[in-house]
Design a protein around this ligand. Structure first.
Ligand code: NAP
Length: 460
């Protein structure tokens, strides 16, 4: 059973869901395609009324939406509440700004008139991950619905209650049937949906492995895709950083969502003058985290999303140590029920080690000591990933210079990589291509159509 709600805090199965039959899938595709034919002709104001209502519903019922997030994938309840608010803010942002972002662009040709219109592609298909069960959906659905597209989504198997809650949200907000469709489907059916001529664009957020498969499939039928994939963000600490502030951000950047963020700080690269003191304080702060029920406010360390995720991460740490990495702290399962792992720091990882190239998706920090800024930049860039990254220094101009030298899609100075509705999000290299959020995210699946008015006679 792929779509299964299991509480990672105690391993209890909460609910299971049947996959769609091929006939049900066909009906869903047809409903979406039919819906597009009317939705595409609605005005921005009509679409904004529905989209703003969806945002208002989420804002009004934060706890109700947050509960299944905590129950299905173990996010601390306060963080789950924060995710609901962020998702609602994204939805509202596009309700308010989409018309401006997609306004016809008037060109200044040497003669006559020309403008570029933005028109919707049609039915889009998204494949989404469990780590931010609403936020990921919001940043795909909201801009595209406002652009006049309709969307179908295959969500991750472990968060089916969130998937259903998000689909219901749109119906309650007044969206027509087929504007937003949740699909409980198998990987085979995913392939068939991508191939289906009614689907005009494909977006995936997830691992590099899934990205290659889904992007490859979309490419076979020349469908545009966007890929938001994994990352191994560098967290660079220069010798002039404010140590106390930096350590606090290091803990947040590593442990937010129990380290299960594509843009979690994963590689801590510290200039040697500060390295020992940073490591000491970082270790003390991580050791103070309190495992427990993620619904309980006193808990500061939740479980991983699933037992399988825990087993995979423990094995990754074991392999890293077998290849020579030093276990500075942690590395084991916490002796209690549920998918809990000790906060972990690994050091002495060499460029030739597999761990140097891998993404550790959970409470595992890789620690590197470097001589200076140049070495920090070189190490940060020695990665197949290029999602986010951060640099900590009291000298903001220096921070910006370092940020410009790191090859990623996003760099932050004095803050770990993070997201707001109005900032573009996405990566380069194996972290994918395309952007979500901001004015850029809404441009990915619209036709930039030139309309030219000329008044010259054809050559004789
Ligand atoms: P994942 O295994 O790739 O799963 C993501 C989605 O892809 C799920 O819906 C999954 O379905 C589906 N999927 C996986 N393999 C597939 C296949 N062969 N055919 C069709 N669908 C397939 O990723 P994950 O482990 O759940 O999520 C963590 C990864 O996502 C990390 O690498 C993280 O960095 C990345 N991520 C990136 C961003 C970003 O914006 N760049 C944001 C969040 C997460 P099932 O659940 O049914 O397997």
């Amino acid at each position: 059973m792929t779509y299964k709600s299991v509480n990672p805090y105690d391993g209890k199965v909460l609910k299971t869901f049947e996959e769609l039959t091929d006939k049900q899938l066909e009906m869903a595709l047809e409903t979406a395609a039919t819906c597009f034919e009317t939705w595409r002709h609605t005005t921005f104001a009509e679409r904004a009324a529905v989209v703003a209502k969806a945002a208002a519903i989420m804002h009004a019922r934060v706890d109700e939406f947050a509960r299944p997030v905590t129950l299905e994938m173990g996010k601390l309840f306060d963080e789950a509440r924060g995710e609901v608010v962020l998702s609602a803010d994204i939805i509202d942002y596009y309700a308010k700004n989409a018309e401006r972002f997609l306004a016809p662009q008037h060109l200044k040709p040497s003669s006559g008139e020309a403008e570029v219109e933005s028109t919707p592609f049609g039915v889009l298909f998204g494949v989404e991950p469990w780590n931010f069960p609403y936020y990921q959906l919001a940043r795909f659905a909201a801009p595209n619905l406002m652009a006049g597209n309709v969307v179908m989504v295959k969500h991750a198997g472990c968060v089916p209650q969130c998937a259903i809650a998000f689909e219901k949200l749109w119906l309650e907000a007044g969206a027509p049937a087929g504007a937003y469709t949740n699909l409980f489907i198998s990987y085979d059916q995913v392939n068939r949906v991508i191939d289906d001529p009614r689907i005009k664009g494909v977006a995936l957020t997830g691992s590099v492995e899934a990205g290659k498969i889904v992007a490859g499939r979309a490419g076979q039928s020349l469908k545009k895709s966007t890929m938001e994939l994994g990352g191994s963000d560098a967290f660079i600490v220069l010798e002039d950083a404010d140590l106390d502030k930096t350590v606090k951000w290091a803990v947040w950047g590593k442990m937010n969502n129990t380290g299960q963020c594509c843009v979690a700080a994963k590689r801590f690269i510290v200039v040697e003058e500060l390295a020992d003191r940073f490591l000491d304080k970082f270790q003390t702060a991580l050791a103070a985290l309190k495992p427990g029920d993620p619904m309980d406010k006193a808990t500061t360390l939740g479980p991983l999303s699933t037992e399988a995720a825990l087993v995979k991460l423990l094995d990754q740490v074991k392999r890293a140590v077998a290849k020579g990495a030093t276990l500075v702290m942690g590395g084991k399962r916490i002796d209690r029920p549920g998918a809990f792992m000790e906060p972990t720091i690994l050091a002495d990882i060499k460029p030739g080690d597999p761990a140097f190239r891998e993404e550790f998706f959970g409470p595992v920090a890789l620690f590197f000591r470097v001589k200076n800024e140049d070495e920090a930049v070189a190490l940060a860039n020695d990665s197949e990933f290029g999602l986010g990254g951060s640099v900590f220094t009291k000298d903001v101009a220096r921070g910006k210079r370092v940020a410009s030298r790191v090859d990623t899609g996003m760099m932050f100075v004095n803050h770990p990589t993070w997201t707001t509705p109005d900032l573009p999000f996405g990566g380069i290299k194996n972290s994918g291509y395309g952007r979500e959020l901001s004015s850029m995210g809404i441009q990915e699946f619209v036709n930039k159509k030139l309309v030219r008015v000329a008044s010259i006679d054809a050559p004789a």
